[in-house]
Design a protein around this ligand. Structure first.
Ligand code: CP
Ligand code: NVA
Length: 312
């Protein structure tokens, strides 16, 4: 594991190890208090963030290291004065590890190509791998296991979170159902769908792509949704998107079709009355704030693992 660019590149074993490292870090934070003393993380942001920025920065503080917030709108890169390649070649002479939240997935691949230090994808338009590690940690904490569990995703599926769920869940032997409107702009990338089907078959998992939210919800252990208005979607598309995604809103009625002890997740930020009702996200089955907390444990574990400093 040199980088975390996409969960497509990680084996089931590597994903499981990262989750178990995150659980160890969460259970025994004191053991890692100075594990990254003297190390520096650079956090490159082209888009907004609450969770990712704060959890990485706080996580690095808790590991004894230092984090630099690098907003590209104030950088030669953002001003179009310096290339991605030169930026990371310089940056990796200073810092020990880089995380980046970018628009184009190709740019994170380019960063990894030119960086001499580990690079973590902290969200691109295409994928959001660290998020899914925290989600799966949350699922495992609730149910004890991942294999055989059914996770149902609703709404915008031409989406970074959906793609990363599709790279991870089938490979882990989970049952993943994605319910979304018909149309290339709402359905997962076809190459990712193909890969999810192949992984499910190889690992004894399941993958279902449906336009029927009730079919996806039936017997599910986890109902998951994400924003209908991801950071890269222009506000002008809001009205049309609300209309097309409304049938996929996670409601109490949908939750009633799931397993009795099902949990609700949303990577956040969330809008009550859009991708889920207030009743669901604020209800007893919601685990969204545990999920958000787990981002920090996962980020600490990732930095330790990628820098060869994790000890169980
Ligand atoms: N879930 C997530 O990545 O949140 P932020 O956009 O606040 O970082
Ligand atoms: N799909 C969302 C995830 C936010 C964490 C987005 O890209 O904005």
């Amino acid at each position: 594991m040199k980088h975390l660019l996409s969960l497509a590149d990680w084996s089931a074993e590597e994903i499981r190890s990262a989750i178990s490292a995150a659980r160890a870090v969460k259970a025994h934070p004191e053991r890692y208090r100075s594990a990254l003393a003297g190390r520096t993380l650079c956090m490159i942001f082209e888009k907004p963030s609450l969770r990712t920025r704060l959890s990485f920065e706080t996580g690095m503080t808790q590991l004894g290291g230092h984090a630099i917030y690098y907003d590209t709108s104030r950088s030669p890169l953002g001003a179009g004065k310096e290339s991605v390649a030169d930026t990371v070649r310089v940056m990796s002479r200073y810092v020990d590890i880089i995380m980046a939240r970018l628009f184009k997935h190709e740019d994170i691949l380019e960063m990894a190509r030119y960086s001499s230090v580990p690079v973590i994808n902290a969200l691109t338009n295409f994928s959001h791998p660290g998020q899914i590690l925290a989600d799966l940690q949350t699922v495992e904490e609730n149910f004890g296991t991942l294999r055989g569990r059914k996770l149902a995703y609703f709404g915008d599926a031409f989406n970074n979170v959906t793609h990363s769920l599709m790279f991870a869940c089938p490979k882990l032997g989970m049952r993943l159902a994605v319910a979304c409107p018909a149309g290339a702009e709402y359905e997962p990338d076809p190459a990712v769908t193909e890969r999810a089907r192949a992984d499910a078959e190889a690992a004894g998992g399941e993958f279902l792509l449906t336009h029927d939210p009730r079919e996806a919800a039936a017997g599910a252990d986890v109902l998951y949704t994400d924003s209908w208005m991801s950071y890269h979607i222009p506000p002008s598309e809001k009205e049309a998107r609300v209309k097309v995604f409304s049938p996929y809103q996670v409601t109490q009625e949908l939750l009633a079709l799931a397993a009795r002890d099902a949990i609700f997740l949303n990577c956040l930020p969330a809008v009550r009355g859009m991708e889920q009702t207030a009743e669901v996200i604020d209800g007893p089955q919601s685990r969204v704030f545990d999920e958000a907390e787990n981002r920090m444990h996962v980020h600490k574990a990732l930095m330790l693992l990628l820098l060869g400093k994790f000890t169980a």
